[in-house]
Design a protein around this ligand. Sequence first.
Ligand SMILES: NC(=O)c1ccc[n+]([C@@H]2O[C@H](COP(=O)([O-])OP(=O)(O)OC[C@H]3O[C@@H](n4cnc5c(N)ncnc54)[C@H](OP(=O)(O)O)[C@@H]3O)[C@@H](O)[C@H]2O)c1
Length: 194
Amino acid sequence: DLLINNAGYGVPGTFDASPWPRHADFIQVLITAPTELAHRLLPGMRARGHGRIVNVASLAGHLPGTPGHTLYAAAKAYLIKFSQSLALENRRHGVHVTALCPGFTYSEFHDVSGARALVSKMPARMWMHADTVVTQGLAAVERGDIVYINGRLNRAIKTLFKLLPDRAALALIARRSRRFRVMQGAGTGKAPER
Ligand SMILES: NC(=O)c1ccc[n+]([C@@H]2O[C@H](COP(=O)([O-])OP(=O)(O)OC[C@H]3O[C@@H](n4cnc5c(N)ncnc54)[C@H](OP(=O)(O)O)[C@@H]3O)[C@@H](O)[C@H]2O)c1
């Protein structure tokens, strides 16, 4: 009845800083697994005329890619586009599909990726609690929202980047990433072992 593709993590550092198997694992968890699970569970949902699929993407999927965590924004953008197509294909069969796009959320995510010290410098108003994100996400899929961004500030950030010309958006991301790397005091963090 309900599939929530939530598993995810970040691989810090530049693309060349990690060996291929680490990138392949990342693609397996963030792209292949959610896609395969949806493919396997969808027929039953359609047959019963009822189903819900939540693909936990990210605000990052709406923004230009950042240097470091090279595949993260790309994987989340994939989940957003995949959700849109799947939602349109299945809405007449009682199956709702939502790409849930949180911004910074309190969880273990940034401990796992080794970015805790860096992101803890973000202002408190940028952060949401996981239970709020979950409650809003479940309401969104029930309503039939195809893409849902948690939080007014995150929606404003998405809109701002949509209005900016591509070059200006990339320049803004590049500037902010540089600032964060200086704050972190490290250029290309090595990916932590899981
Ligand atoms: N936290 C944020 O700021 C934020 C913002 C936007 C989007 N998101 C997205 O939200 C989702 C949930 O992340 P979270 O913030 O709740 O982080 P989290 O606390 O670190 O939880 C990550 C979850 O993914 C599972 N997972 C990680 N690697 C896995 C693997 N190789 N195989 C199977 N399961 C794996 C973990 O399972 P174990 O506990 O068993 O390791 C855990 O349940 C992710 O898709 C993330 O990209 C998070």
